[in-house]
Design a protein around this ligand. Structure first.
Ligand SMILES: Nc1nc2c(c(=O)[nH]1)N=C([C@H](O)[C@@H](O)CO)CN2
Length: 121
């Protein structure tokens, strides 16, 4: 299946279980894969045959900057649902959210979760 990817959306936001995360905030990186048939766009050279990734970016960024939630899993679910609701052409999504510097002691680079979702008809 063809796909459109938006990679490395870096956003400062206030999601997390702990009070400190809600008050201080932290950086989140969001990577999105949208599965759809790109043949209409690739054959006609018409933007109407695909998803405008600039518009999708704005919507995703608004969600990440929006109402704080506890879990990055829930945040990813909100992004995925919004993409399906806004774009009929999308048949599947992969949303990865990374906490760049979470308040967890240890030697590691970062933490992330990935949700894979298919359109339910
Ligand atoms: N699976 C998850 N585990 C944890 C999350 C999360 O979003 N998903 N969040 C936290 C805290 O908010 C974290 O930032 C610091 O421990 C804990 N575990």
């Amino acid at each position: 299946m063809d796909n459109i990817r938006i990679n490395g959306i870096k956003t400062y936001a206030y999601h997390g279980v702990f009070d400190a995360e809600r008050t201080l905030g932290q950086f989140f990186i969001t990577d999105v894969v949208m599965h759809l048939d790109l043949t209409p766009a690739s054959t006609t050279d018409d933007l109407n045959g695909t998803v405008h990734y600039g518009e999708a970016y704005q919507m995703i960024e608004e969600i990440i900057k929006g109402e704080p939630v506890n879990l990055i899993e829930h945040l990813a679910e909100k992004v995925s649902k919004a993409l399906f609701d806004r774009y009929d052409k999308i048949v599947g999504t992969e949303v990865t959210i990374t906490k760049v510097n979470p308040p967890i002691e240890g030697n590691y680079d970062n933490v992330s979760i990935t949700l894979n979702r298919k359109r339910e008809d």
